[in-house]
Each structure stands twice: as structure tokens, then as C-alpha cells.
Design a protein around this ligand. Structure first.
Ligand code: GAL
Length: 364
């Protein structure tokens, strides 16, 4: 009797507090059906108590296309964008492919021979739509475009809107001055009429309802931060050049105490490099670099990972998870996930320390 009462008490407690998720960076992570989670270069969304994880489906044989032989960019057939859902950040239910690739039309933007990478989804309160942006590209990464899709539900299906090079015909807020002497804005000027190159990317939805698109541009030399239209479906036309000539990619942005922070990587394809971090008072810049936020063994190569997202834990201000991909360039489907706590020290320096096993409570 006594023990029965005790059990009931324990059950009640565990209902009120979801069990913390056990995170093992770099291990094979299984979904609730026991299959490896396939959601690379991903981004998360928190909506009504549920976390949604969107990512690239990398499936099948990894190959080195002829067009990429010079730079060694291996590929798999693009499998579209997957979605997983979880209340506790530990048990992930496969919600299926929410934006499929196209198998029978090689001219389609979403053709499986093409590149569909780094999806990010944000919610637009005005239109009540979930809006997805991703990196859309040709097999040799020469097209460098942004793809957009929308859905009424976080679990899709997403309707493909189209792709474009952002900010065609628009001049940036900074950096068009005649400094071509050092060549730093040649690619920008070249692409002013046709639209700017856009490869690795993220979205950031600010608390005033405005949203921003960060993308590696100008032949990957310089990043742009570009305000989105009110419906989040296109650029609003105001954009700034940041980290000029720094070859930064894999951007992930978060906000804390009124300041904007960015985690990113250098530009070495699937090979890891030292992470970068930066801070700004204004999202359009200027941004100040803060160096590699990683600490401890393996920090100089970002624990063999590359950033893709920073997740704020719902209802726990100041708690963040830094999310990286550990790419396996010869078997891309077997690329792994590295999630680690991200803290800000008293000087506002982002810090990420390696832990081989830790627990994460999901917040509410
Ligand atoms: C990386 C990029 C990845 C993918 C890869 C292809 O630099 O961050 O998203 O595009 O190159 O080699």
C-alpha cells in the first residue's frame, strides 16, 4: 500500500517534469521508431510546447560528381527536407519528408541531383504560415540560390514557392563605395542586377516580428544579412555586408540581453575548421568577431563539427544549445549530430565545451 502510494507520487512528479534528454554528441541518434535521425544541416522551431527539427535528408551512396572533382565536394542524392518532433528534445518522432525532392524532372529546382541544404523554418504571426528557407543549388554549387516553401502546419506538407538570388537590383546599406581597389566588393557589384549569391544560410526571427536571412555571398567571401518582407517570403530590400572577405559560412544566430550573437565556420567544405563567433548591437551590423567559442580538447576543429543552429531553450532565458553537424564526407548519410550547451561568460563571450554525455531539460 505504502509503496503503491509512493509509485503514484513518483508518476505524478514525472508527468509534471518531462525526464531530461540524455545527449551523446557524435553517437548514432535514433528516432522513436529506432531509425537513425536523418536531418542534417538542420534548424529547430518551437511551437506550442513542441520542438520541430527540420533537416536535409541525405540518403544512399556518397559520390564525387565530375563537376566537383577539382574541389572534392562529395554528394548524395538530395532526399528533400525531413521533420522530426519532440516535446522533450530526446524522443524524436519522424514526421516524414515535409518538402520532397523531385526524381523525374532534372530541370526542377528540387531535382534530386540538385543541392537542397540547410533548411530553416520560422512562423509568421501575420500570415499564420510556417515559412521555410533553404540553400537551393545546382550539382556543382554554381547557382547559389535561396529556396522558399510555406505550410499551414509545422509538420507540413510545405508548398514550394520558388527560388531566387536575393536582393536583385538592390544596393546594400554598406560597401558599395568605390573601394574596388582592394577587390573586396567585385562579386557584389557583378551580381547587383541579377541578385546576390546565397549559399550557407540561416533565418533569425526577432522579437519585434521582423525576420532576417543570413547567407554566405560574393563567392562565399562575404556574408550578407538581409531583412525579410512582412510575410517572410522575400527580401525586403535592406541588406548589409558583414565579415567582409572572411569566408564565413554555416551561420547560426541567437539573441541575449538585447545583443545579437552569431556562430559560424570557416569555408572548408565538409572538412572541419575552427568555429567563429561574433556579437552586434544592431542585427544589420557592425558585427565584432569574438573568436572561436569552443573550449577544451578538439576545440580547434570544433569537435569535428560545423555549426548549423543555436537553440534557445523555451522558458529558460539564457539557456542555449549549440548544434553542429559532424560530416562524414565519404558516407554523408552517416553524418552525426553534436549538441552542446552554449553559455555566455561575464564579458559576453560565447563558450561551448565538449561533453561526451550530458542531460538537457526541455523547458516549456
Ligand atoms: C560546406 C557547407 C555545407 C555543404 C558543403 C558541401 O562548406 O557548409 O552545407 O554545402 O560545404 O561541400
Amino acid at each position: 500500500m505504502k509503496s503503491g502510494l509512493l509509485c503514484a507520487a513518483i508518476t505524478a512528479v514525472s508527468c509534471a517534469w518531462a525526464a531530461p534528454a540524455v545527449i551523446e554528441p557524435g553517437a548514432v541518434w535514433l528516432d522513436t521508431q529506432g531509425r537513425p535521425i536523418n536531418a542534417h544541416g538542420g534548424g529547430l522551431l518551437h511551437d506550442r510546447g513542441i520542438y520541430y527539427w527540420y533537416g536535409e535528408v541525405k540518403q544512399g551512396r556518397t559520390y564525387l560528381p565530375k563537376v566537383n572533382q577539382a574541389w572534392g565536394g562529395t554528394r548524395v542524392i538530395a532526399g528533400g527536407i525531413s521533420c522530426y518532433s519532440s516535446a522533450d528534445l530526446g524522443a524524436w518522432k519522424n514526421e516524414g519528408i515535409v518538402l520532397p525532392s523531385v526524381a523525374d524532372d532534372p530541370d526542377h529546382d528540387l531535382a534530386c541531383e540538385n543541392v537542397i541544404e540547410r533548411p530553416k523554418v520560422i512562423y509568421n504571426a501575420r500570415t499564420k504560415k510556417f515559412v521555410m528557407w533553404f540553400h537551393q543549388d545546382s550539382p556543382n554549387y554554381a547557382a547559389a540560390r535561396s529556396g522558399v516553401a510555406v505550410s499551414d502546419l509545422p509538420t507540413g506538407p510545405f508548398t514550394y514557392v520558388g527560388s531566387f538570388r536575393p536582393n536583385a537590383g538592390k544596393r546594400p546599406l554598406n560597401g558599395t563605395e568605390r573601394n574596388v581597389a582592394d577587390g573586396s566588393n567585385e562579386a557584389l557589384v557583378r551580381d547587383l542586377s541579377g541578385g546576390q549569391m546565397a549559399r550557407d544560410m540561416t533565418l533569425f526571427a526577432d522579437d519585434d516580428g521582423k525576420a532576417y536571412h543570413f547567407y554566405a555571398s560574393e563567392d562565399n567571401q562575404t556574408m550578407h544579412v538581409s531583412e525579410l518582407s512582412d510575410d517572410y517570403l522575400q527580401p525586403a530590400g535592406r541588406y548589409a555586408r558583414i565579415f567582409v572577405g572572411r569566408f564565413m559560412e554555416a551561420p547560426a544566430v541567437f539573441k541575449r540581453g538585447g545583443k545579437y550573437y552569431l556562430i559560424a565556420s570557416g569555408c572548408t567544405g565538409w572538412e572541419p575548421n575552427a568555429a567563429r563567433s561574433a556579437v552586434a548591437d544592431n542585427i544589420l551590423g557592425p558585427w565584432t568577431e569574438l573568436g572561436n567559442p569552443c573550449r577544451g580538447a578538439g576545440a580547434e576543429l570544433t569537435f569535428s563539427g560545423q555549426s548549423t543552429y543555436v537553440l534557445p531553450i523555451a522558458g529558460q532565458p539564457g539557456r542555449f544549445v549549440a548544434i553542429f553537424d559532424q560530416w562524414n564526407k565519404w558516407d554523408l548519410e552517416d553524418s552525426r549530430y553534436v549538441w552542446l550547451p552554449l553559455t555566455l561568460d561575464n564579458d559576453g563571450q560565447p563558450l561551448i565545451e565538449w561533453q561526451s554525455r550530458w542531460t538537457l531539460s526541455p523547458g516549456r
